[in-house]
Design a protein around this ligand. Structure first.
Ligand code: ATP
Ligand code: MG
Length: 474
């Protein structure tokens, strides 16, 4: 019995000391305490200030443009730091891909201070400051509270400006919340990111489940960054991924496309994709990853493509997204192409149908841009034409602007055992030969199905499309 708030005497569970009730109460209390903590990670207000002799990053190692942007902002009374991936990468001896600056100045204040600057972004308003060939992304310190979310808790917009401590807390991983001041060469570390980096741990700031709900793409970022930096995802951040993977379905397809592209062009695509499979992050989410990781058809080819891409990225060579997607989706196209032919479709028509089928499947989840889709189709369409080594067709083919990419593609197919090596070799010789040598090469080209196809074509109307897939097996 107890005194109720309204003064009446009544039963109160908190004052019932029976063992069963006490256990229930303790459980309830624990749940309350933990859920409250989970919702609101308390921002660390005083960061560790790490001097240069401890972290070793001198301003000469940092992008000159980023240092200049910080200096201009600081001269005008604003706080300004290089933040995020660049600081993290420099600490582990990697060359940063880009430099981001975080500042107390608002986007309008930032834009007013630089001649070549423009405000961009719908989700986050940020400023691009152009300095020589470099573009520095400058963002205002933000707080994560009061953000507009969808019904799953995904943050739609968070343009609420905040303190530097709040800005650090809204970042994803502790290693990404490091602020480097080029003027003093010190690092401000709010969440023990430097220690985590030394211990090779990727740790989420705040409660991982809540942070994934706010932005499911963080799950993909966890996998990509861990693979790229050679870090182990902290179990607290790793465990929920499998059960929360489904949330990626609510992410706009354009954002998924950007993140998938980052992952594939990270220089660690093989490692990233292997880890994605381990975390259960691929299944049913991105048809592209399903295809790449799950089917055995074309596995050798896809692996070769990814290894080849990783090598190119690491050697600082360019990789065209069109080429990459064309390659990853090729086994799918090939399967459909064969099935369509088996259903009586002419070779090239069957291929075009298969191309549309493969791209349509992707379009539901991945917003492949129109330009990239165009590149992909060109590369695919040319594969059928490599079979035709007679008449004027080879002369026309080598004049195509995308001939080189299509030939590279053919070469990879041969390396994976999909087409005889003799075919890309012949085309290589043909492309580099003199006029007379080309005639000879055409005369020597092995008779393939195209002769038969031509005869058949003459009899049948309308004309069947060029190319014969008799030699194409993968
Ligand atoms: P990289 O550029 O090597 O791909 P990065 O960590 O720099 O990795 P960016 O996309 O350039 O990635 O983001 C810059 C910084 O912005 C990050 O370091 C992190 O602090 C913050 N950030 C990026 N994406 C998110 C996110 N989804 N949630 C919270 N913070 C993020
Ligand atoms: Mg970056």
């Amino acid at each position: 019995m107890a005194l109720n708030r309204d003064g009446t005497i009544g039963y109160h569970p908190w004052l019932d000391f029976s063992t069963k009730n006490r256990d229930q109460m303790i459980r309830k209390l624990l749940r309350k305490v933990f859920t409250r903590n989970a919702k609101k990670p308390t921002p660390a207000l005083t960061p560790a200030c790490i001097p240069v002799d401890q972290h070793g990053i001198h301003r000469e190692q940092v992008s000159h443009a980023a240092c200049k942007v910080c200096a201009v902002l600081q001269e005008h009374g604003h706080a300004a730091y290089i933040v995020g991936g660049a600081v993290r990468d420099l600490l582990i001896g990697h060359t940063p891909k880009d430099h981001d600056v975080a500042t107390s100045a608002t986007p309008e204040e930032i834009r007013a201070l630089f001649r070549r600057a423009r405000i961009i972004g719908r989700r986050f308003k940020i400023v691009h400051v152009m300095s020589g060939p470099e573009t520095i992304e400058v963002s205002t310190f933000r707080a994560s509270h009061e953000a507009e979310t969808d019904r799953h808790g995904r943050v739609l917009r968070d343009n609420t400006y905040g303190s530097q401590a709040e800005d650090a807390s809204r970042r994803d991983f502790t290693v990404n919340a490091l602020y480097y001041d080029p003027a003093t060469e010190t690092i401000l570390d709010y969440h023990h990111g430097v220690a985590d980096l030394r211990q090779k741990t990727l740790r989420m700031i705040g409660e991982p489940r809540a942070r994934y709900r706010e932005d499911p793409v963080r799950m993909l970022r966890a996998v990509r960054l861990a693979a790229k930096l050679g870090l182990v995802i902290d179990p607290a951040a790793r465990t929920p991924i499998r059960e929360m993977a489904i949330l990626l379905e609510n992410v706009p397809t354009a954002r998924l496309f950007d993140e998938t592209l980052k992952l594939l062009l990270s220089g660690n695509a093989v490692r990233c994709l292997t880890q994605l499979r381990e975390e259960g992050l691929h299944h049913g989410l991105l048809p592209l990853l399903d295809i790449v990781l799950e089917q055995s058809v074309g596995e050798r080819f896809v692996r070769l493509v990814l290894e080849n891409t990783d090598e190119r990225v690491r050697a600082d060579k360019s990789v065209s997204p069109g080429f990459l997607f064309a390659a990853l989706l090729w086994p799918e196209v090939l399967q459909c192409w064969k099935a369509n032919q088996a259903n009586g479709m002419a070779s090239q028509l069957a291929l075009f149908e298969a191309m549309d089928q493969a791209l349509d499947t992707q379009a539901s989840r991945l917003a492949i841009t129109r330009r990239i889709a165009g590149d992909i189709k060109e590369i695919w369409a040319m594969q059928a034409r490599f079979d035709k080594r007679s008449g004027q067709a080879p002369y026309r083919l080598i004049e195509q602007p995308r001939f080189r990419a299509a030939w590279d593609f053919l070469h990879l197919r041969a390396a994976a055992g999909g087409v005889p090596q003799e075919i890309p070799d012949w085309w290589d010789r043909f492309a580099h030969a003199t006029h007379d040598e080309r005639k000879e090469l055409l005369r020597m080209a092995p008779a393939d199905g195209s002769v038969l196809a031509r005869k058949r074509r003459r009899r049948r109307k309308p004309a069947a499309l060029p190319g014969d897939s008799s030699t194409i097996v993968a």
